[in-house]
Design a protein around this ligand. Structure first.
Ligand SMILES: N[C@@H](CCC(=O)N[C@@H](CS)C(=O)NCC(=O)O)C(=O)O
Length: 236
């Protein structure tokens, strides 16, 4: 049985989980890797990030690569287009979710819990997020789905990306740009009614609450310091 190493709050993992739910795949187990964040994890998985798909011991990193692989081995129901051009459009929107939104949000997220924010980082990465929500507004479907009138790989990437924009960006001191963009705002309200998106969002919110509790209690700072010391010792 294949395993997806994943975490509730990981938007990249959530992208693959939503695809698994929407395709009705039941023979991939979801697990949190026991040694995530340790030098051993980086030794075993050189990129050091989740998600990772474990195919009987063959480890496949990178959410987009995993998503494309799952499309090939479970082609039905398809999360791609009916024509090559439609598929290209779905991939364009998925890339906006991944490269233009999620990546900036992920790099920015440390500023949401920093004792002293680095305003240069917030301006640079947050500025990109605001700009890219504006771009998305011009490209996104207006029928409740990102494109094609049904759930596609584009929705799977956008749902966790917009979750991050709505819930994490404001804690860096920037305003949530979604309400200002009518098409993105309407899409965001509609897609949250989709059962697969809703299930994924429950997990993301649960992960965010757990993380916020760890931050409030001071445990997260201690965990980060211990991980940094372990990595430094492993490098020495
Ligand atoms: N490009 C990667 C990004 C994955 C990623 O950044 N995952 C985060 C969790 S959402 C992670 O594992 N971070 C651990 C770290 O940065 O050490 C993908 O698409 O899978």
């Amino acid at each position: 049985m294949m395993k997806l190493y994943s975490g509730d709050l990981s938007p990249y993992s959530a992208r693959v989980r939503m695809q698994i739910y929407a395709k009705g795949i039941t023979d991939i187990s979801l697990e949190r890797p026991a040694n995530f964040g340790t030098p051993k994890f980086r030794e075993d998985f050189p990129i050091g990030r989740i998600p990772v798909l474990d195919i009987d011991g063959d480890m496949m990193p990178e959410s987009e690569v995993i998503a494309e692989y799952l499309e090939e081995i479970y082609p039905e129901p398809s999360m791609l287009g009916a024509t090559p051009r439609e598929t290209a459009h779905i991939r364009t929107i998925a890339r906006i979710g991944d490269v233009y939104l999620m990546n900036n949000m992920f790099m920015l997220s440390a500023q949401s819990r920093a004792k002293t924010r680095n305003e240069g980082i917030v301006e640079l990465l947050g500025g990109q997020v605001v700009r890219n929500i504006k771009a998305l507004d011009k490209l996104i479907g207006t029928d409740g789905f990102a494109c094609s009138g049904r759930v596609t790989m584009a929705d799977c990437a956008l749902v966790p990306a917009l979750f991050m924009v709505e819930n994490v960006l404001p804690s860096t001191g920037l305003e949530n740009p979604i309400p200002k963009r009518a098409n993105v705002a309407a899409y965001w309200a509609a897609i949250q009614q989709n059962e697969h998106a809703a299930k994924t969002l429950v997990e993301l919110h649960r992960g965010l609450e757990e993380r916020r509790e760890l931050i409030r209690s001071g445990a997260f700072e201690k965990m980060m310091a211990a991980a940094a010391a372990a990595h430094a010792a492993a490098e020495a």
